[in-house]
Structure formats: C-alpha cells, structure tokens
Design a protein around this ligand. Structure first.
Ligand code: SF4
Ligand code: SF4
Length: 76
C-alpha cells in the first residue's frame, strides 16, 4: 500500500498511430492494441503508474492520471 494508484489512463485515439510501443513497454500488460491498431487499456487494475507508456509514446497520446494520495511525509 502507500503506492500510487491509477485514476485514469487516457488514450487519445486520434493521436495514437498504432506503433505498439506502449503495449511493448508496459511490464504489466495493461495496454493492448485493438482491431483498429489503437492502444486500449485492458488491465488498468494492474497498472503500477510507472508512466513508461506515457513517456515512450512518440505521439504523446497517453495521459496517466494518478490518484491523489495523502503522503504522510508531505503533511505538516
Ligand atoms: S505508443 Fe502512443 S502512438 Fe504508439 S500505440 Fe501506444 S498510444 Fe499509440
Ligand atoms: S503507467 Fe506503467 S504500468 Fe501503467 S500502463 Fe503505463 S507502462 Fe503500464
């Protein structure tokens, strides 16, 4: 626990060109390519919010939104 949690994984389907990089880099296999060659999140519950997909997407089509967490160290 105490880990970041995914709130939303947004994929801009207009920007996605179907290169498959995000699916290839995701160690958790959260992303897959659909029949139109667009990335889709299929196992968001497994996402560890590493943001690799977001960073690797050449077309900036992925946005990872993390749950805002109350971090004990940051309070006070
Ligand atoms: S890396 Fe970006 S452009 Fe490539 S398949 Fe994934 S979302 Fe689409
Ligand atoms: S943030 Fe990491 S675990 Fe989550 S979908 Fe992207 S690459 Fe996979």
């Amino acid at each position: 626990m105490g880990k970041r949690k995914l709130k939303e994984l947004q994929i801009n389907r207009e920007w996605c060109k179907g290169c498959g990089i995000c699916a290839a880099f995701c160690a958790k296999k959260v992303l897959e390519m659909d029949e139109l060659d667009k990335a889709v999140p299929v196992r968001t519950e497994d996402c560890v919010v590493c943001r690799l997909c977001e960073m690797r997407c050449p077309d900036l089509a992925i946005e990872i939104v993390a749950e805002e967490q109350i971090e004990e160290e940051d309070i006070g």
